[in-house]
Design a binder for this molecule. Structure first.
Ligand code: PEP
Ligand code: MG
Length: 289
């Protein structure tokens, strides 16, 4: 099936009914882009930055170079870089804390807002990388509008400080992951964000109360459960009402079994693992939406 699907790689994704679907890729390490032809995708829908925070905390310069490399590779296509989502299933020595219930603890934006020294260095690296391409930045694990407002205020402060020093920088559009149910249930609190990106891995685990990394409850962990699809559908409806773009960057986007339901829920913008790109485009061409 992979082989059959390869012929879809070079073409834009369209359904059987002629509806265009944007398909971007998810990456982590900047070297992930080396094997990808930019012509085969619509940009980077999610760059996970946790890889940079492996053994030692990265300095601003290391981050700046990593982000700039991906932006230059993508040219004028959009690159959505996510601020560090440490914690939960992604512990980082020297950064995350020991917790009894890490999926419900200090992870993602909660941790970044608790460790401003680390967060501010990442923000400066992103602001400085922005002039080198079509950057968008998103925050993980947002639950309340106040977290977004605080993160956006830090971007504004750091931008002003860089500008005062004469450092080249640019403010990217700032969006949020929709992966905590509170956001999907009450998106009207987020009318200020530039875009929404649905994180179906976490959204599903929190809606179904079934850990994403526990095989014993994997049967409960389905993005196709009506409760999850209804939430996704209400977020895409909110996006249509307000004009705020909505995409999805969870693993479900690259799953041929989930793609028909995601398009029916109103999504027209998916971001998938590079290995799933051809399969996802082939699956989209089979849907009659
Ligand atoms: C998600 O939760 O769906 C997502 C894309 O983020 P991560 O898998 O990195 O938590
Ligand atoms: Mg997530």
């Amino acid at each position: 099936r992979q082989g059959m699907a390869r012929r879809f790689l070079a073409r834009p994704a369209v359904t059987k009914a002629g509806t265009a679907v944007r398909v971007q890729v998810n990456i982590a390490d900047p070297s992930d882009v080396d094997g990808i032809d930019i012509a085969t995708c619509d940009g980077v829908g999610l760059m996970r930055t946790e890889f940079l925070f492996g053994k030692t905390l990265p300095d601003e310069e290391t981050q700046y170079r990593a982000y700039r490399k991906v932006l230059e590779w993508a040219g004028d296509k959009p690159v959505t870089i996510r601020t560090v989502d440490a914690g939960g299933d992604k512990p980082v020595p020297g950064f995350t804390v020991e917790e009894g219930n890490p999926f419900l603890g200090l992870r993602g934006i909660r941790l970044s807002l608790a460790r401003l020294d680390i967060f501010r260095a990442q923000i400066r690296a992103l602001l400085r990388a922005a002039p080198h391409g079509n950057l968008r930045v998103m925050f993980p694990m947002i639950a309340m509008a106040d977290e977004y407002e605080r993160a956006a205020a830090l971007f504004a402060e750091e931008q002003a400080a860089l500008a005062a020093r004469g450092v080249a920088q640019e403010m990217p559009p700032l969006g949020i992951m929709v992966e905590v149910p509170s956001v999907a249930i009450a998106p009207e609190a987020f009318a200020d964000v530039a875009f929404f990106s649905i994180g179906s891995n976490d959204l599903t685990q929190y809606v179904m109360a079934a850990a994403r990394d526990n095989a014993a409850v994997a049967h409960l962990n389905s993005v196709r459960h009506p409760a999850v699809l209804r939430l996704i559908g209400s977020v895409t409806a909110f996006g249509r009402e307000t004009g705020i773009p909505v995409s999805l960057c969870g693993d479900a986007g690259g799953d041929p079994a989930a793609i028909p339901s995601l398009l029916e829920a109103g999504l027209r913008d998916l971001s998938v693992a590079p290995a799933q790109l051809a399969m996802a485009k082939a699956a989209i061409s089979d849907v009659s939406v």
